[in-house]
Design a protein around this ligand. Sequence first.
Ligand code: HEC
Length: 198
Amino acid sequence: MRKKSILALSAFAAVSALLSSQFYTVATAQQDENWKPKWTEDGKLELPTGYREWVYLGSPLTPNALNGGEAGFPEYHNVYMHPAAYKIYKETNEFPEGTILLKELQLTKQAEEEDGSRTEVSGRGYFPAAFNGIDIAVKDSQRFAESQNWGYFNFGHHAPPYAASAAAAPVDSCAACHISNATRDMVFTEFYTILNTK
Ligand code: HEC
């Protein structure tokens, strides 16, 4: 087990070093299949590994207390993107085929006030607590031509462990709202400041 995790760690370090090296160009990233989504034989998306070390895009927050006690997703929505896809996006200004946007939900610490906030040494506000679910969007123009090239997946809205794989959600459950409301190519890029800065 120890040996395995050391191996996994050094593999990760090697990949990170490669990604940040000058030799890992946009062209290399475009041809590299390693960062692309993995599919099961019956066409489900496998839950990616190592995503908490991907590029962190931001965390919209919609607490219950500000949504009549019933926010759809009362947690922080921590959004991540694989560094290779990010590199291509920054160069081309397009989400490449195979882009995975992973949103991990993270609860806020127990409320002390009616608005859901509490007080910590830094002040009154909302503070991150346990992880509580994963939603994913994948860009694949072959599989998801009907929903503007993106497929949507729910790996569970609960504490880890999450589902190992997930089938694409029906268009009405997810894609429809992204089609009508998203800022850019089905993504709410307006909330991910690093995607909009040079
Ligand atoms: C009612 C509209 C709506 C529905 C339905 C919806 N989303 Fe979203 N989604 C949003 C909004 C708005 C954001 C960005 C702001 C936020 O997270 O609060 C977002 C963000 C995301 C993100 C982060 C990347 C991005 O596009 O900004 C993922 C991944 C995602 N949603 C997946 C899903 C999945 C999976 C489902 C279905 C289970 C789903 N969404 C259903 C509105 C919706």
